[in-house]
Design a binder for this molecule. Structure first.
Ligand SMILES: Nc1nc2c(ncn2[C@@H]2O[C@H](COP(=O)(O)OP(=O)(O)OP(=O)(O)O)[C@@H](O)[C@H]2O)c(=O)[nH]1
Ligand SMILES: [Mg+2]
Length: 307
C-alpha cells in the first residue's frame, strides 16, 4: 500500500504560531526542575489557553498526574514526556480509513460550514490521491452558490481532474448521481463530493447531506466510504461545537483541520479528537494545492513541543 511521506518540518512550521503562543510556555514550564503543586495549576491554565478545551484538559491531566504518581516521577521533564505520550494516545484513533481499501469506486463526501475550506481541501485531496495513481472525479454538489461550482471547476482544471457540475440551484442529489455514473463510465476509482456549507436552514442542510449519502449508497456498496468534516482551526472552540452539531446529524468518519498555518489555536485538535471520537485524517497547512498533510499524531505532538 502506498504510504504518504510526512514532512516533520512542514508540520512543525505550520504549528509555529501555536507553539509560539502557548505551547512554548508549556515546554518551558515542563523544561526543568522538580514537579511542584503549582505546576499542575499552571499547566491546566496553559492547556485551556491553548484551546485544548476544559473537558479534554481535565481528563488529560488526570491521566498524566495518575501516571506521574504511579511511576514515581518527580522531575518536570519526565512529566513532559508523559504528557506528550498521553497526547499522542488521545489523537491516535484506531478507526482505519476505508479509503485505502481496494474497491472499484471509493466515494468521499466532504462536509462542513461555509468558509471552513471544503473546496480547497477537495482540490488538495484530488491531487494527493492522483499522485497515488487514483483516477479521481469531483462532484460539484454545492449548488447553493453559483461561485462554488466555478471555484471547484477551476481547482479541477488546475489539478487535471474532471468536475461533474450542473447549473446553480440544481438538485445536489442529481449531481452526485451523475458524478458517480460518470466515474463508473470513465473507470475512475474515486469520487470526491463538494457540498454546501449553508442552506436556508441548518435543518435543510443536514437533511440534504443525509440524502446525498443515501444516493451514493444506492449506487455504490457501502458508500460514502469516508465522510470528512472540514473544520477551520482558527475558529478554536467554535470548531468543536460545529463538530458536535454535524455529528448529531450525519455520520462523520474523519476530520480535516484546515488553516493550521494561520492560527495559534492548534491545541483544538485535542478537543476535536476527544469530542468527536473520530480521527483527524488530514491537516491543511496553507492555501496551495500541496498544502495538505495526512495527520500523524506523533509528528503533530513533536511539532507542538519542538525547540
Ligand atoms: N491559510 C490557509 N487557508 C486555507 C486553508 N484551507 C482553506 N483556506 C482558505 O480558506 C478560504 C475558504 O476556503 P474554501 O475552500 O472556499 O471553503 P469552503 O468550505 O469551500 O467554503 P464555501 O464554499 O463557502 O462553503 C479560502 O480563502 C482558502 O484559500 C489552509 O489550510 N490554510
Ligand atoms: Mg466551497
Amino acid at each position: 500500500m502506498f504510504k504518504f511521506g510526512f514532512g516533520g518540518n512542514k508540520i512543525k512550521e505550520s504549528l509555529t504560531r501555536t507553539r509560539n503562543s502557548v505551547f512554548g510556555q508549556i515546554t518551558s514550564l515542563l523544561g526543568g526542575g522538580d514537579i511542584t503543586p503549582d505546576l499542575w495549576d499552571d499547566l491546566e491554565a496553559l492547556l485551556i489557553q491553548a484551546d485544548v478545551g476544559v473537558e479534554t484538559t481535565t481528563e488529560l491531566l488526570d491521566t498524566v498526574r495518575e501516571r506521574v504518581s504511579r511511576e514515581g516521577v518527580t522531575k518536570a521533564i519526565e512529566a513532559q514526556r508523559i504528557l506528550k505520550e498521553e497526547m499522542v494516545k488521545l489523537l491516535e484513533g484506531d478507526i482505519p480509513s476505508q479509503v485505502e481499501k481496494p474497491r472499484l469506486l471509493t466515494v468521499i463526501l466532504v462536509v462542513g460550514v461555509n468558509g471552513s475550506g471544503k473546496t480547497t481541501t477537495i482540490a488538495k485531496l484530488a491531487k494527493l490521491y492522483q499522485q497515488q495513481g487514483r483516477h479521481v472525479v469531483l462532484a460539484a454538489a454545492d449548488t447553493f452558490r453559483a461561485a462554488a461550482i466555478d471555484q471547484l471547476k477551476i481547482w479541477g482544471e488546475r489539478a487535471g481532474v474532471p468536475v461533474i457540475a450542473h447549473q446553480p440551484n440544481a438538485d445536489p442529489g442529481a449531481v452526485v448521481f451523475d458524478a458517480i455514473k460518470s466515474a463508473q463510465a470513465r473507470k475512475a476509482d474515486m469520487v470526491i463530493i463538494d457540498t454546501a456549507g449553508r442552506l436556508h436552514t441548518k435543518f435543510n442542510l443536514m437533511k440534504e447531506l443525509e440524502k446525498l449519502r443515501g444516493i451514493a449508497r444506492k449506487q455504490v456498496h457501502a458508500a460514502p466510504h469516508e465522510t470528512l468534516l472540514v473544520l477551520d482551526a482558527t475558529t478554536g472552540q467554535n470548531a468543536v461545537s460545529q463538530a458536535k452539531h454535524f455529528k448529531e446529524a450525519v455520520e462523520i468518519t474523519g476530520v480535516v483541520l484546515t488553516k493550521l498555518d494561520g492560527t495559534a489555536k492548534g491545541g483544538v485538535v485535542f478537543a476535536i479528537g476527544k469530542t468527536l471520537g473520530v480521527p483527524v485524517r488530514f491537516v491543511g497547512v496553507g492555501e496551495k494545492v500541496d498544502d495538505l498533510m495526512p495527520f500523524e499524531a506523533q509528528a503533530f505532538v513533536d511539532g507542538l513541543f519542538a525547540a
